[in-house]
Structure formats: structure tokens, C-alpha cells
Design a protein around this ligand. Structure first.
Ligand SMILES: *Cc1c(COP(=O)(O)O)cnc(C)c1O
Length: 240
């Protein structure tokens, strides 16, 4: 992979890469369908969010060529590199921000993303509300919950979630669900179950949970959005 390939926004689809991504996407969709069926759910109720962070251009273009339309990124600036030039050519693209959002990046994030999955504090809620007002638009929001109560991790603490959800609704933010990233060293299902409980008691329909290692378990426990990176694209290219 040349340096140029990684950074160019133009379509440059290698046949092998396209075949590889196509198979990976089909497998992921099949696994979601099977997991949903095990839980008596419809696979249509589960959105596969393909996490394209750090992936080279050819792999992103291959996923688009294979029909994938919902993507997630965890950094605003990298997302602009990946998507600003592609967006005009892909009318039904849906971009999710799944990484931490600094208040000074709110304007850029609202301009680029369709869904903000990482709403996690009052100050950010206020900045988003102000930006929606200013631009006369809004963006679908998920509230990130730090289910493992890890000090280094973003997200509202479970004990503070109900109050924060109410505060976001008070600001008229379109909160449609919750998102979590369970601690890497713990079994994820109890965290998925906890997220589901918080959502249910607050009348929130959507749950963004499950990554490559555990999206089937998440689907069985009610995920409406699974965030799959390496499972769709293969290993990430380290950032330089
Ligand atoms: C990178 C990332 C993912 C995807 O991780 P994989 O293990 O590659 O599937 C999902 N969610 C978030 C928030 C991420 O940052």
C-alpha cells in the first residue's frame, strides 16, 4: 500500500481488497442475522456501523462498493480526511462519531456527522444544543455510559445517567439511545445488560454496543447498533 493510496480521497478499488471486504461484510451481516434470530429479534433492527478509523482509502472505497453505507469514526479530523470528499458521491451515507468530542470541535462534528454517539457531559450537551440552534439543524444523539466506571474512560457514570438523560432532553437534544465501551479485560455481557436496563427505564429505544469481538453477544442482548472495525476492514493501520 503506497502512502498515496492511504490518503487519497479518489476511488481506487483493488479487486482483491474489494473481494475481501465484501466477504467480511457478508459474514458480519450473517452473524448479526443469526444472533438476532437466537434472541427472537429481526436483523433489520440491528445496524452494522463499520468503523473505518485508520483504514486506508482502498478499504473504505471497497466497503462503499460492497454497499455499506453506515460508518463510524472516532476522531473528527481523521473523519474529515476519510469522508469530506466521498460524502458528495454517496447520497445515503450515514456517519457516526464514536470517539470523544471536545467542545472546540463541536462545530466541525455537527457539520460532518449524522449521529453523535458520545454525548457524555453537561458542557458538551450545552455546546451541541447551541450549535443546533445556530445552524437550525440537529443531529441524532446517543449518550455514552461508562458502564465499567473506568476513570480513564469517557462516558457518564451509570448512577448519573438518569439525571443526565433528563438534562439532555431538557435542552431538546434528540437523544435516541445509549452507547457503551465495556472494559477490555471483563466479560462484556453484564455491561450490555446494564446499558439495556438504563435505556429501558428511561424510554430510550437504541443501544450502541458490541465491537468485533462481541457484537453477536451484544445483538443477543438487544443492540440496535453494533460498531465493527477490524471485523469488517481487517487489521487497522497504525496512525503515524
Ligand atoms: C475502534 C472502535 C470500534 C471498533 O473496534 P473493533 O474491535 O475493531 O471492532 C468500536 N467502537 C469504538 C468506540 C471504537 O473506537
Amino acid at each position: 500500500m503506497s502512502h498515496e493510496d492511504q490518503n487519497s480521497g479518489e476511488a481506487r478499488i483493488d479487486a482483491d481488497i474489494e473481494a475481501d471486504i465484501r466477504v467480511r461484510l457478508e459474514q458480519a451481516r450473517d452473524r448479526i442475522t443469526a444472533a438476532a434470530a437466537r434472541a427472537g429479534r429481526e436483523s433489520d433492527d440491528v445496524t452494522l456501523v463499520a468503523i473505518s478509523k485508520t483504514q486506508p482509502a482502498a478499504r473504505i472505497d471497497a466497503a462503499l462498493a460492497a454497499g455499506q453505507r453506515v460508518f463510524g469514526e472516532n476522531r473528527v479530523q481523521e473523519a474529515e480526511t476519510h469522508w469530506a470528499l466521498r460524502r458528495p458521491d454517496v447520497g445515503d451515507l450515514e456517519l457516526h462519531l464514536v470517539g470523544p468530542l471536545q467542545t472546540n470541535k463541536v462545530r466541525d462534528a455537527v457539520a460532518l456527522f449524522d449521529v453523535i454517539q458520545t454525548l457524555d457531559r453537561q458542557k458538551l450537551a450545552e455546546h451541541l444544543a447551541r450549535e443546533f440552534d445556530r445552524t437550525g439543524t440537529s443531529r441524532r444523539c446517543f449518550i455514552q455510559v461508562n458502564t465499567g466506571e473506568e476513570p480513564q474512560k469517557a462516558g457518564i457514570l451509570p448512577a448519573d445517567a438518569d439525571v443526565f438523560i433528563a438534562a439532555c432532553r431538557g435542552l431538546d437534544l434528540p437523544v435516541e439511545g445509549l452507547m457503551c465501551i465495556p472494559p477490555a479485560e471483563e466479560p462484556a455481557p453484564p455491561h450490555f445488560a446494564l446499558l439495556g436496563e438504563i435505556a429501558a427505564r428511561n424510554g430510550l429505544a437504541n443501544l450502541s454496543m458490541g465491537m468485533s469481538a462481541d457484537y453477536e453477544a451484544a445483538t443477543e442482548l438487544g443492540a440496535t447498533h453494533v460498531r465493527v472495525g477490524t471485523g469488517v476492514f481487517g487489521p487497522r493501520v497504525p496512525r503515524t
